[in-house]
Design a protein around this ligand. Structure first.
Ligand code: PLP
Length: 367
């Protein structure tokens, strides 16, 4: 059994993917070829947003967003300590200070009620993460941000395809970012990401930063980077997009089936009212997580821990003064979470094996 099955997806879409890749090999415009504009148009339409800019990774998209907002030394950006390192690493990359806010233990997303206490006159942006595949309350977050004149950047690397009150992830904040790393809900065959905004001037600026800070060739008004998405990867996404919504629905069904079978055994994902969940990770919670993971492994079932250590416990964030105990819900989650095999092609038979193994582990003494 595999944790994420990319092979089955490739075989299902092989003809379309191979054709699209060969079209790029034939026209030879590997950098910013016509597939880039084509996929950006489709992604913007899917999300319901005016501008989409594809970029070289989810991490570089977040960095470009911060640079476009002129965030740098002396500035603070609010984010969470329970996430992939990129969300706060980019704040360090632009020379600003990450300020952590603890998570809501039910959804693992930012605890919105704790944001305002962390805002200072140096705060420039709130960078919440839509962790594991569902969005936090962005209307409340946007409202706080507006009151304090802050930017909001959704880190939607794990939530592409998810909705809140009918609106899609990456379409509800002034700027949003996603990732096309192969294991994400919409993955390409390498690194990639995208930025979304309705704001024309921010879009122009982010576009310039993506290509060395230039708007015209050989004129560089901004500090930029090489953040372009590969044409070949755009071709892969174009082949995958027509079935993406079907995959999102499969993910939802498979996640719901896990929850129905496991809700008496362990704590299953809590979906907030108004949300749909894409289960980038199907994550359960157990007080003897490591024993259960070992039991699964002995049964030949892969599992993973996202994330075994909070960001404030990582050496790179030590200079910012947080200590163990500062973010109790994040720290507790990092000890208790376990993600199970999850992908749109997971069979009921395999799912039943996972469920039986978790149930046996828990009954054995575990929980
Ligand atoms: C994967 C991920 C990223 C970074 O995406 P890359 O494309 O790997 O750079 C950022 N934030 C979160 C929450 C992620 O899961």
């Amino acid at each position: 059994m595999q944790f994420i099955d990319l092979k089955t997806q490739y075989l299902k879409l092989k003809e379309e993917i191979d054709t699209r890749i060969h079209q790029v090999l034939d026209h030879g415009r590997f950098i910013m070829g016509p597939e880039i504009g084509e996929v950006e148009e489709q992604l913007a339409e899917y999300v319901g947003c005016k501008h989409c800019l594809t970029v070289s990774s989810g991490t570089s998209s977040l960095e470009i967003a911060l640079r476009a907002l002129d965030i740098g030394p002396g500035d603070e950006v609010i984010t969470v300590p329970f996430t992939w390192i990129s969300s706060a690493e980019v704040v360090l990359l632009v020379g600003a200070v990450p300020v952590f806010v603890d998570i809501d233990p039910k959804t693992y997303n930012i605890d919105v009620s704790q944001i305002e206490a962390k805002i200072t006159d140096r705060t420039k942006a709130i960078l919440p993460v839509s962790l594991f595949g569902q969005m936090p309350d962005y209307s409340a977050i946007n409202e706080i941000a507006q009151r304090h004149q802050l930017a909001v950047i959704e880190d939607g690397a794990q939530s592409f395809g998810a909705t809140r009150d009918g609106q899609r992830s990456c379409g509800v904040t002034p700027i949003a970012s996603t990732s096309f790393f192969p294991a994400k809900p919409l993955g390409c065959f390498g690194d990639g990401g995208a930025l979304f905004t309705d704001d024309d001037s921010l879009a122009t600026r982010m576009k310039a930063i993506r290509t060395h800070g230039g708007i015209q060739r050989h004129h560089h008004p901004y500090v930029g980077t090489n953040g372009r998405f590969d044409t070949l990867q755009a071709a892969v996404l174009l082949a995958k997009l027509p079935s993406f919504q079907w995959e999102v629905e499969q993910r939802g069904k498979i996640g719901a089936r896990y929850s129905a079978l496991l809700s008496d055994v362990c704590e299953v994902p809590h979906i907030e009212a108004g949300n749909t969940h894409v289960y980038a990770q199907y994550t359960i919670r157990l007080n003897n997580r490591d024993e259960v993971a070992a039991h699964l492994k002995a049964d030949g079932i892969p599992s993973a821990v996202y994330y075994p250590k909070c960001l404030h416990e990582q050496p790179v964030f030590e200079p910012f003064g947080s200590k163990l105990g500062d973010f109790p819900e994040s720290e507790k989650a990092s000890r208790e979470v376990l993600s199970l095999p999850m992908h749109p092609f997971l069979s009921e038979q395999d799912q039943d094996k996972v469920v039986a193994s978790v149930a046996n582990a828990v009954a054995k003494g575990a929980s």
